[in-house]
Ligand binder design. Sequence first.
Ligand SMILES: Nc1nc2c(ncn2[C@@H]2O[C@H](COP(=O)(O)OP(=O)(O)OP(=O)(O)O)[C@@H](O)[C@H]2O)c(=O)[nH]1
Ligand SMILES: [Mg+2]
Length: 246
Amino acid sequence: MKYQNILIFIPTYNEKNNVNLIYSKIRSLIKDIDILFLDDASPDGTGKILDNISKKDQKVTVIHRNSKNKGIGSAHIEGIHFAYSKSYDYLITMDCDLSHSPEFIIKFIEIKNNADVVVGTRFQNNNSIEDWNLYRKLLTKLGHLASVIFLGLPYDTTGAFRLYNLNKIDKSFLNLIKYKRYSFFFESLYILSYNKYKIVEIPITLPSRVYGESKQKFSDVFLGIRNLFSIFISRIIFSKKYKIKS
Ligand SMILES: Nc1nc2c(ncn2[C@@H]2O[C@H](COP(=O)(O)OP(=O)(O)OP(=O)(O)O)[C@@H](O)[C@H]2O)c(=O)[nH]1
Ligand SMILES: [Mg+2]
């Protein structure tokens, strides 16, 4: 199979113990796939490690931004813009903490032409988040329930492990995304679903992170609930606002 038209996007913040690992895992699986890392000035030196990787491997690009304040969602938006601007056909997005096992990349690629968006889901198999502590399990399941109720979506809307079939998706969906932090994940999927893009899920297993710390704060949970509710209200009152105008 040819991989020249596929880009993998990985945002990083303080992932010094994970970047080399994830890079070598991906490379050992697929030797010629392009990878884009976007680092937000990680104080732990992740950016430097990434520069060293990209010096040795021409298929690795690193974007450096100067602060974390822009948000994880804005990192993804920048990654998606990059993929369109370089005319890739497919973009795979994933976390750096190895909770998104690189082995699943192959599965995403296998079904890339059966969907406009492929989403890795934690809610099809019972053992997907077996490793996690009770608090995270509960939070994840409640988040899922809230997104089913408020967005009317059955998918795993808060995960970052996705494949975008870029030729099928109108780039201007990016202009409709308001939330630049964690809410980006459910808002972007809501917009794609609203515009009738075909979303297909594949079950993934998520081990919890081994190295480094979670960047999600408790305030993100509150913001997420508020933003879910805000989309719910918009669905009722101004649902057309999510329509893509090309
Ligand atoms: N560039 C960039 N990357 C970020 C930022 N916040 C988080 N990340 C990265 O986004 C991915 C997901 O972040 P995590 O902290 O793992 O969030 P999570 O998966 O919800 O939480 P845990 O898995 O429990 O740690 C990881 O690769 C992080 O390094 C950010 O502000 N900027
Ligand atoms: Mg994670």
